[in-house]
Design a protein around this ligand. Structure first.
Ligand code: 5GP
Ligand code: ZN
Length: 114
């Protein structure tokens, strides 16, 4: 996916602050953070939206949530609380069409979201 921002970041063609990487995932700091901790958990493989997942991706998605929990714990937010969000398509405000799990923590996160 040569025109995908996150594929370019994963390939090292665009700089980002990487906080974790492994065989399956890359985690970066969001460039426009909405909370004291705001990172994006991104699969290395290009998947445009949640609508494109198959049962073969179940372990991948599970690993994204488990990484979010591990990072929340690492930063001391696991007891206080944190939010994990996937935005999908226009009305949810998805702006980068390569799935990514937002992890937000460090302030009171209101509900319902905007
Ligand atoms: P979405 O709106 O698709 O759910 O989330 C996209 C996120 O990517 C936004 O929170 C936005 O701030 C972040 N973002 C957009 N461009 C860049 C970039 O070039 N670098 C980084 N690190 N984050 C970005
Ligand atoms: Zn991509």
């Amino acid at each position: 996916m040569s025109d995908c921002l996150f594929c370019k970041i994963i390939a090292g063609q665009i700089p980002a602050t990487i906080v974790h990487q492994d065989e399956w995932l890359v985690v970066i700091e969001d460039i426009n953070p909405q909370a004291p901790l705001h990172v994006l958990i991104i699969p290395r493989r290009h998947i445009a939206t949640l609508n494109d997942l198959t049962s073969e991706d179940d372990a991948l998605v599970g690993s994204m949530f488990r990484r979010a929990a591990a990072l929340a714990k690492e930063h001391g937010y696991h007891e206080r609380g944190y939010r994990t969000v996937f935005n999908t398509n226009r009305e949810a405000g998805q702006s980068v069409f390569h799935i990514h799990l937002h992890l937000l923590a460090g302030r009171l996160l209101t509900w319902p979201p905007g």
